[in-house]
Design a binder for this molecule. Sequence first.
Ligand SMILES: Nc1ncnc2c1ncn2[C@@H]1O[C@H](COP(=O)(O)OP(=O)(O)O)[C@@H](O)[C@H]1O
Ligand SMILES: [Mg+2]
Length: 404
Amino acid sequence: MFEHLDYKAYPILYVDDEPFALDTVQRQFKHDFTILIAPSGAKGLEVLAEQAVAVVLSDQRMPDMSGTQFLARVRAEHPETVRMLLTAYSDIESVVDAINLGNVCRYLTKPYEEREVRMALREGIERYVLVKERDTLYAEKIETMKRIARANRLSAVGTLAAGLAHEINNPLVPISTFLQMLPAKRKEPQPDEEYWGALYQVTVKEVERIRGLIRQLLTYAKFTGEAELNLEPVDFNALAHHMVVFLDPQARSKGVTVALTPAPTLTPVWVDAERIKQVFLNLLLNAIQAMPTGGTVTVTVRATTVKGCPHAEVEVADTGTGIPPDHLEKLFTPFFTTKGHEGSGLGLLTCHQVIDEHRGLIHVQSEVGRGTTFTVKLPINPRTYDRRRNARRWDDDSSLPAVA
Ligand SMILES: Nc1ncnc2c1ncn2[C@@H]1O[C@H](COP(=O)(O)OP(=O)(O)O)[C@@H](O)[C@H]1O
Ligand SMILES: [Mg+2]
């Protein structure tokens, strides 16, 4: 894999306080590599600050700053460099620590064998290139994932726009039909009471339908999208209680009870409270609407984990109509509703978006005639929780070379 590698494109810095040694190294290796030199650790750091260096080779015994001290600083300031120490046998003790601490990846003994040093420098450059390549690949992978997420968002916008066009067009059809008849109707000597009555009713009803749709869409826009999440620590037991109380009138009017089981202990969850309230509002309303009179909707708050990370879980379970399998697939698509003019089909879509923004999960389980359970899991702190990384763990892929 390295047969076409241009070794001279990757500078090597050699640090030694003896001018003769600097001179020798440069003479011996300048045909194979680009050799930079520095007479002390301090000067070496200056060189590193100015240009990218693949391999740093340092003498151990130097006044002011020893080789191990110098390489420790190189590691801190330029961790991508491959660091090697050149030392006499008598100094071998000092090398052990440096290697164990990870400051040095290799040592060479003085006096050195030219061939051995040449090999070591070649391998050092190869290692540097591998690590760089791995970092680039990793960055590209992240970039690709971002692009996919963006594309998904855009196609969601497309679906939304198509659905919206359809939803607005439908009520416009009867309005338009009536309006086309209007000039002729106006000229009739006897007013056609039926026509004028229907014109008025249909227009008012259908315009109201469009306005309702727009109201829903504005809610959707308000609770999802690009605006930053306003994260704050929230007591989920209290939040669930608040929502249950808030929806009590709706539940009562249908003769439905809502029972809350709070979590015995739960640390505050970092969420955008307004958006999360909207999620539970939608889920609870759907549950209440699906229930027969006299039933009970149960809301349960629990502490849980997802792939070892602490999460809060809220479950909204009803014993209502249930959802048939072919509808389950369409649940989170815009405008899917079985409620006719009463529904918008934007509620669950909003839930999904908001939960996704919080790096959480939503899950639905349903059986026709028995009821439906929606489960929402949210990381205690979405800022420190990387759902993808936790799910795939490609960052500890052991097939990649270890970085010193
Ligand atoms: N708890 C539930 N029980 C039965 N059906 C449900 C439930 N929640 C959602 N649904 C189904 O999913 C559809 C979409 O829900 P939603 O996006 O909230 O829109 P809307 O409530 O306006 O119809 C509903 O019309 C209904 O068919
Ligand atoms: Mg709904």
